[in-house]
Design a protein around this ligand. Structure first.
Ligand SMILES: Nc1ncnc2c1ncn2[C@@H]1O[C@H](COP(=O)(O)OP(=O)(O)OP(=O)(O)O)[C@@H](O)[C@H]1O
Ligand SMILES: [Mg+2]
Length: 411
């Protein structure tokens, strides 16, 4: 086999990046990792897959990272520069341009990173996006609201995890929202799209999906982020051929073309309006990287495959070799403990596992004694349960049962 030298940015964090590093090594790449953790602190399970590693002081300081990587690689040719973490995708593209390495250009990657540019490019392809304006001041936001109408949503241009994202139903509510957003320098003011919210995920080869996935958010992420008592659920849909998804999948494929997708993962979010309002599908947002919060694990459980490795095969060799037959709907149920401090007990878990254990594929609730996580900062919250079943209604029922019957307590 020809040597394949792949620079992979942020190989140890977020934790699933270690799985992509493994995937790269398993398909025969020499992996050159670049991260801010000291080499000695990397787990052995990761180190064994790294050919070499560069520690940089500040991973988010793009210019500094580029200079250090260039100095480190001087005299060595690399074949790929890759990143699967949202905040690193532009840096990877800049490095590719600097080294003349194949892959998506900075210009294309920006279309996946800047929410306003993204919507403009998707709209220019004739696809339905929420009416939106980029706003920088209170006056601009009020003017945009007058144009767009209520209800609307205000959110940071480069947001993540629904942080600083607010719905406003009238001018008074908008004033309250503006009062909370002083620290946000640039925002998007958008028409609020009612309806169901889904993902459209792919692993692409030259912009064409070799693998596709749809998952439904239950409830919509903004609602899940607004109420601590909710146990957010996400379910991958086994049957992608059902009529209700056709328009969303068609939209997703056309978005890839509109944005000039190349090789690798994409994670898109889209809305479907209620049937009594025509069931119209509307683009939400897209990234040229995988979904977080264990979505890739869910997709793996859906088909019994290893997308960490298939992604690597795709970006290194232009081939996707795993079966794409969908066997299950895979549901993840995130739990948030009641009370603050440390987890003291978990009610209903033993009974749930006794009743439905055969469908549960992972149980990762924080054990008693662990400190609670900040549910506003991590969707994973105080842990999760992952289960799967071939029948959608049954999967949905099981997920809702886990959401309501299992309770974590903290004090
Ligand atoms: N125009 C809109 N209409 C209705 N809901 C919206 C709209 N824009 C955002 N939302 C809601 O807010 C959530 C967060 O918005 P968005 O996905 O754009 O930002 P994000 O912070 O990048 O999200 P995340 O990182 O959680 O995927 C969406 O999942 C959706 O529930
Ligand atoms: Mg989102």
């Amino acid at each position: 086999m020809v040597a394949m030298k792949a620079v992979f940015l942020a190989p140890s964090y977020p934790p699933e990046m270690q799985q992509y590093t493994r995937g790269l090594a398993e398909v025969g790449a020499e992996v050159y990792g670049v991260g801010d953790a000291p080499a000695q602190a990397l787990p052995g399970s990761l180190k064994q897959h790294l050919h070499d590693y560069l520690q940089v002081p500040r991973l988010l300081d793009e210019a500094d990272v580029i200079e250090r990587v260039a100095a480190w690689l001087r005299g060595r040719e690399v074949d790929r520069v890759l990143a699967n973490w949202e905040v690193m995708v532009v840096t990877a593209a800049r490095l590719r341009e600097r080294f003349g390495v194949p892959g998506m250009s900075v210009g294309s990657v920006i279309g996946f990173r800047d929410k306003q540019v993204m919507k403009e490019r998707v709209a220019a392809a004739g696809l339905r996006v929420p009416r939106a304006r980029r706003v920088r001041t209170i006056a601009e936001t009020r003017a945009a609201a007058a144009d767009i109408g209520f209800p609307l949503i205000v959110k940071p241009i480069a947001g993540a995890g629904s942080a600083d994202t607010y719905r406003a139903d009238d001018a008074a509510a908008l004033d309250t929202v503006l009062g909370r957003m002083h620290h946000v320098t640039e925002a998007s003011c958008e028409e609020f799209v009612e309806g169901d919210e889904y993902t459209f995920d792919t692993v692409c080869i030259a912009g064409t999906p070799a693998f596709e996935n749809v998952a439904q958010y239950l409830p919509r992420p903004l609602d899940a982020r607004s109420h601590e008592w909710i146990s957010p659920v996400i379910i991958t849909v086994r049957d992608l051929d059902q009529p209700g998804l056709a328009a969303g999948i068609a939209l997703g494929r056309r978005v890839l073309g509109a944005l000039g997708m190349g090789d690798g993962f994409t994670h898109m979010e889209w809305y479907r309006k209620p049937a009594d309002r025509g069931g119209e599908v509307v683009f939400g947002e897209i990234g040229c990287r995988p979904g977080g919060a264990h979505l890739v694990d869910q997709m793996n459980y859906t088909c019994d495959i290893d997308l960490f490795r298939e992604w690597a095969r795709t970006v290194c060799w232009g081939k996707f070799e795993a079966p794409t037959v969908r066997k299950y709907n895979a549901a993840i149920i995130f739990k948030r403990a009641r009370g603050n401090g440390r987890i003291t007990r978990i009610d209903g878990l033993r009974e749930f596992l006794h009743r439905h254990g055969e469908h549960v594929v992972e149980q990762r609730l924080l054990p008693p004694g662990s400190p609670r996580r900040d549910w506003k900062r991590t969707l994973v919250s105080d842990g999760y349960l992952l289960l799967r079943h071939p029948d959608w209604d049954r999967t949905y029922q099981l997920a809702m049962e886990a959401a309501t019957d299992i309770t974590m307590w903290a004090e």
